[in-house]
Ligand binder design. Structure first.
Ligand SMILES: [Zn+2]
Length: 376
């Protein structure tokens, strides 16, 4: 027996209409064009946030970095919670609605909503099927790495999730003990200082101290000297064929849905076709590959754009330097804590050659001229 509300629910789904419930993030209900009922359309600000968060993930940003961005003034707040968490961000970016279809939970499993014809009910997708499939593959890959007990990201390990408004804390390390430098505003006569928290008893024989303005200025000048005039590149991850698997799985679900509504020979045929399509898609070779894209900005512009955003600046430094190490004193000046640029060692990441071009690419960010590198 189907009661009235259930029938109404069903009819509205059949027409691709919104039948109530929780509105998925990135969407809002509006009156249907024909004036009958509601349909979902993209919520401009929320959809833009989803779109840009996905772009950042696809270009190699960490979930932590994207979550911080969403929580910043540039991002967009969640509906009810005070702030985004990496879990909720992951949920949104791998969600069905953002990829263009509604889901409902059946026996604890999320299933696409289908209409009486077995067709998946569509909403205006924010992400393309390939983007959505790539992000899911990345989440699966990360989960697998966690299971294997490795794959903690370098940056995640370094910062331990701590926030800092001084961009070199969380990046620069102590030459003596290898641990991250801390920042204190009250030291150095209130002008701020980076220092190692540890002493000889704590495993650090030569803890460095440096005025924050000195170290900030030096690292900035070095970064701009090495990379400033280079174009910015980003890496974008893609999975070939992943979208087809996702689409075929949807088709199978849809066919099963249709079959449960009416067990006609056509419905059986549709299910067989969908299963064959899924098998072909699963057996097709699948490759996760990275594309390097020029953004049109110089690294100097990128650097300037992070002036008010210490976390983005930290990400930029981590993408381009394996380490920024601070010594207590200059090599030939033992004991003196006076400022000397030789106290700072900046280890640039090794350039990586990608594809058959004349350029040499650097992980995550920038093209490097090897001549310049040797001169440094
Ligand atoms: Zn130390």
């Amino acid at each position: 027996m189907i009661d009235r509300s259930k029938a109404r629910h069903r009819r509205s789904r059949e027409a691709g209409r919104w039948s109530g419930g929780v509105i998925p993030y990135g969407f809002r209900p509006v009156k249907a064009a024909d004036g009958k009922g509601l349909v979902l359309e993209q919520h401009p600000e929320e959809a833009r946030a989803v779109r840009e968060a996905a772009d950042r993930i696809l270009c190699g940003a960490s979930w932590g970095a994207v979550t911080r961005w969403l929580n910043s003034a540039e991002g967009h707040p969640p509906r009810k919670a005070k702030a985004w968490s990496t879990t909720t961000v992951r949920k949104i970016l791998t969600g069905g609605p953002q990829a263009g279809y509604l889901v409902k939970t059946v026996n604890g499993k999320k299933r696409p909503v289908v209409d009486a014809n077995g067709d998946v009910v569509r909403v205006p997708a924010i992400l393309t099927p390939d983007e959505s499939a790539t992000i899911r593959a990345m989440v699966d890959e990360a989960a697998e790495l966690r299971l294997q007990g490795r794959g903690r990201s370098f940056s995640g390990h370094l910062t331990g999730g701590r926030r800092s408004n001084r961009w070199l804390s969380g990046v620069a390390t102590c030459a003596s003990c290898g641990r991250l430098l801390a920042f204190s505003q009250t030291h150095n006569g209130g002008r701020g200082m980076y220092f190692c928290r540890h002493n000889a008893d704590g495993g650090c024989p030569q803890p460095p101290y440096v005025a924050s303005a000195r170290l900030d200025a030096h690292v900035e000048a070095e970064f701009l000297r090495m990379f400033g005039d280079q174009p910015e590149y980003v890496k974008r991850r893609e999975v070939s064929g992943a979208a087809e698997i996702a689409a075929a799985e949807e088709a199978v679900t849809a066919a099963i849905g249709a079959l449960s509504e009416a067990a006609t020979p056509e419905a059986f045929k549709a299910l067989q076709d969908a299963q064959a399509r899924r098998e072909a898609a699963v057996n097709a070779p699948r490759v996760m590959h990275e594309r390097v894209i020029e953004t049109g900005r110089t690294m100097r512009e990128v650097w300037e754009s992070t002036r008010e955003n210490p976390e983005a600046r930290q990400d930029l430094l981590r993408a381009n330097f394996a380490a920024i190490i601070v010594r207590r004193s200059a090599p030939d000046n033992h004991g003196s804590k006076a400022w000397d640029p030789r106290r700072v060692v900046m280890v640039a990441n090794a350039p990586v050659v990608v594809g058959h071009t004349e350029h040499i690419y650097r992980h995550g960010a920038v093209v490097v001229d090897p001549e310049l590198e040797h001169a440094a």
